[in-house]
Write a protein that binds this ligand. Structure first.
Ligand SMILES: Nc1ncnc2c1ncn2[C@@H]1O[C@H](COP(=O)(O)OP(=O)(O)OP(=O)(O)O)[C@@H](O)[C@H]1O
Ligand code: SF4
Ligand SMILES: [Mg+2]
Length: 328
């Protein structure tokens, strides 16, 4: 592990209070993130994977400083986000940028492409109008957006072009960390590969670190150095891609992988969908023992799984796994 990680996330929790609802749920608390810790080194890519609603975007928003954590700390270049005043937070925002899940919604439809990418430079007062425009144009060129698209509105761009503009807007401040929330999932398969290659090239050129949220494990194998698997707001498996995605130790990682047979010999006899069956909402309400147990064949009938929450254990290969039986 890097002695000076660019990003150090230590035991973060994030709860939301539901302000509405029916059936007595009024005012109930959702614990979206529960004790998540990880580090990110310069130029490294960490992938975060897991089912819908497991807390991936909430982790991203906490790390980007867009929402305060309920507990724990997020350190960027050693500085705790919670300790910063308004000016400090503005400065640190330059170091951590985010490309949101849906580029169509995150780009202002009234602004031209060049204005969208110039805006962050203007907000941070990083030069005259002409200088900011020049940097924006150079950044747009580096993501493959040419002169002819500079004055276009987002609605007139293709999905791939919109994502390139969103990436340019995030990169224009020269961040140390770029958070990418499902960067290719909204794109056609043929365009996905182009955007993926662009991201890999940009990382080589800029030594930027990526924290990337993904549903698609095939994309994760192409993009990531390490993977963190999140289940119900907690990391249950984290390690090098070659370990987590080729020899998964946690039953949940095995199930995720088995649902993608083309990635290799499916674990569990290709029964991924069946292994991963069960209801995560029901599992979320049960706080005793292992929270994956109602969906886990390995733990079925085992007393320890019902009674003792498995800690995140460090295995000999450097992987961290929250399962009583993984690696044994
Ligand atoms: N602002 C909010 N207020 C209340 N609940 C929220 C809020 N944001 C997220 N949640 C809840 O927190 C949980 C995690 O949501 P989050 O968006 O982080 O999941 P996700 O893993 O990114 O899902 P997806 O893959 O669908 O994008 C969900 O139960 C969600 O309903
Ligand atoms: S601790 Fe038990 S229930 Fe949980 S994943 Fe491991 S075997 Fe399954
Ligand atoms: Mg999300």
């Amino acid at each position: 592990m890097d002695a000076n990680p660019v990003l150090d996330v230590d035991n973060i929790y994030k709860s939301f209070r539901r302000s509405g609802g029916v059936g007595g749920r009024l005012g109930s608390v959702v614990e979206a993130v529960r004790g998540v810790s990880f580090q990110l080194a310069t130029g490294e890519t960490l992938g975060i994977v897991g089912e819908t609603g497991c807390g991936k975007s909430t982790v991203a928003r906490c790390v980007a400083g867009l929402t305060p954590v309920s507990r724990g700390s997020v350190r960027v270049d050693g500085t705790d986000l919670a300790a910063l005043d308004r000016k400090g937070r503005r400065e640190i925002r330059k170091r951590v940028q985010i490309v949101f899940q849906n580029p169509f919604l995150s780009l202002d439809p009234r602004m031209s492409v060049v204005d969208i990418v110039t805006e962050p430079l203007r907000i941070h007062k990083l030069g005259s109008r002409a200088e900011c425009r020049q940097v924006a144009c150079a950044t747009l060129a580096s993501v493959g957006i040419g002169q002819s698209e500079l004055d276009a509105r987002p609605a007139h761009l293709s999905g791939g072009q919109r994502q390139r503009v969103a990436i340019a807007r995030a990169l224009v401040l020269d961040p140390a960390v770029l958070i990418l929330d499902e960067p290719v999932s909204s794109l056609d398969v043929s365009i996905q590969a182009q955007v993926l290659n662009l991201l890999l090239d940009l990382q080589q050129q800029r030594r930027v670190s990526y924290l990337v949220i993904l549903h698609d494990l095939a994309v994760a194998t192409q993009m990531c150095d390490r993977i963190a698997v999140i289940y119900l707001g907690e990391i249950v498996d984290e390690g090098a891609v070659r370990d987590v995605l080729t020899r998964p130790r946690h039953p949940y990682s095995q199930a995720l992988l088995a649902a993608v047979p083309h990635l290799g010999e499916p674990v569990g006899g290709g029964q991924g969908e069946r292994l991963i069956g069960g209801d995560a909402t029901l599992a979320a309400m049960d706080m005793t023992g292992c929270r994956f147990r109602s969906r886990c064949q390995l733990g079925r009938g085992r007393e320890i799984c019902a009674e003792v929450k498995p800690p995140l254990r460090l295995l000999e290969n450097g992987e961290r796994v929250a399962c009583h039986f993984a690696g044994s």
